[in-house]
Design a protein around this ligand. Structure first.
Ligand code: COA
Length: 320
């Protein structure tokens, strides 16, 4: 695989910590200190499919390919208004592609799971060009009266186009089942044989347990993929980590003995946008001209499941 285009779109409404403290018992100081988050974008007037469509169009433009040249669309998504059809199918219709399209849900790790699937499709010769979209609206599953969760998340969409190439040096995805630390149970229709389950939503999270798992899995995965790729951490241009919490990122950075420049962040502006955070940060780096041909990037994500994944990929957007 080789990444040849990126795009992203965020909701217009930006909410500050100060604004949150007007309806939930929290403060700007607490949120900044414990999470590094200052603002987040939340859906209000727009829909998630509109954001996903715009991100997809930008990525296709950046890649210089037409929607009709796509062989697959894979969308990482946890939740949206539609259970069916998939978000990938919906966006495929909006952009005018007719290729196979499906969603996958690996929570905040979904973008890297989608990369893993895309790599398999490209390697098997079944595909030439694949659009990967991450579109997430975590603000629609949290309890906005629960200060432990509602301050953490933001919505958005980001996309990349990948094509055949040999920029992906190594990738590892994993899952260790644990429903207890982070989950959201949706409400299903009652049937004549089953009464409605009252034990549903909003999002439940044991923050400290998730914090520990995040740090452990991310360090383990990154060390593994660096070794597999035979790459020294000092030669990594950017560690593009899932943007869940600045403290998690800082912990990993200091453990690696890495520099601030090697760990770009945007969690301060957008909060935790789930599987969107890595392609969103990548798109920012791309748009800001921060990426050079040959740069080595490490992606690392973790999320409910408990899932985690990492990869080493070379930035090689223009033809080899
Ligand atoms: N404002 C003010 N106080 C808050 C608060 C908020 N937004 N959220 C929690 N608190 C309070 C708690 O109620 C608790 O008060 P108490 O001692 O009176 O009971 C106190 O702060 C400490 O809570 P604790 O949960 O121990 O804080 P923490 O330092 O672990 O920080 C998280 C909480 C959620 C920020 C942190 O655990 C975390 O980031 N975990 C990882 C979460 C994550 O990344 N999830 C997504 C994974 S993809």
């Amino acid at each position: 695989m080789r990444i040849i285009g990126t795009g992203s779109m965020l909701p217009q409404k930006m909410v500050t910590n100060e604004q949150l403290s007007q309806f939930v018992d929290t403060s700007d100081e607490w949120i900044r200190e414990r999470t590094g988050i200052e603002t987040r974008c939340v859906l209000s007037t727009e829909s998630l499919e509109e954001l996903a469509t715009e991100a997809a169009k930008q990525a296709l433009d950046d890649a210089g390919i037409l929607p009709t040249q796509l062989d697959y669309i894979i969308c990482s998504n946890m939740v949206n208004e539609y259970v069916i059809p998939s978000m990938a199918s919906i966006v495929g219709g909006h952009i005018g592609s007719q290729c196979p399209a499906y969603d996958l849900n690996a929570a905040c790790t979904g973008f890297l799971y989608a990369m893993d699937m895309a790599e398999a499709l490209l390697q098997s010769g079944r595909a030439e060009n694949i659009l990967i979209i991450s579109a997430e609206a975590p603000t629609r599953i949290v309890d906005w009266n629960d200060r432990r969760t509602c301050v953490l998340f933001g919505d958005g969409a980001a996309a990349v186009v990948v094509t055949r190439g040999n920029a992906l040096r190594s990738i590892k995805v994993s899952s260790k089942s644990d429903k207890s630390v982070l989950y959201y149970r949706r409400s299903l229709e009652p049937t004549p044989f089953l009464i409605r389950d009252k034990n549903t939503g909003p999002l439940c999270m044991n923050g400290q347990e998730v914090f520990k798992s995040a740090v452990t899995s991310s360090l383990r995965d990154m060390q593994y993929v660096l070794k597999q790729a035979n790459v020294n951490k000092d030669d990594v241009t950017y560690f593009v980590l899932h943007q869940a919490n600045l403290r998690i990122i800082d912990f990993i950075k200091s453990h690696f003995g890495a520099t601030d420049e090697q760990f770009p962040i945007n969690v301060n502006r957008y909060g935790n946008t789930s599987s969107v955070s890595i392609p969103l940060l990548l798109d920012e780096l791309n748009k800001n001209g921060k990426l050079r041909k040959g740069d080595l990037l490490v992606f690392s994500a973790f999320g409910a499941g408990f899932t985690s994944a990492a990869c080493v990929i070379e930035w090689n957007k223009s033809a080899e």
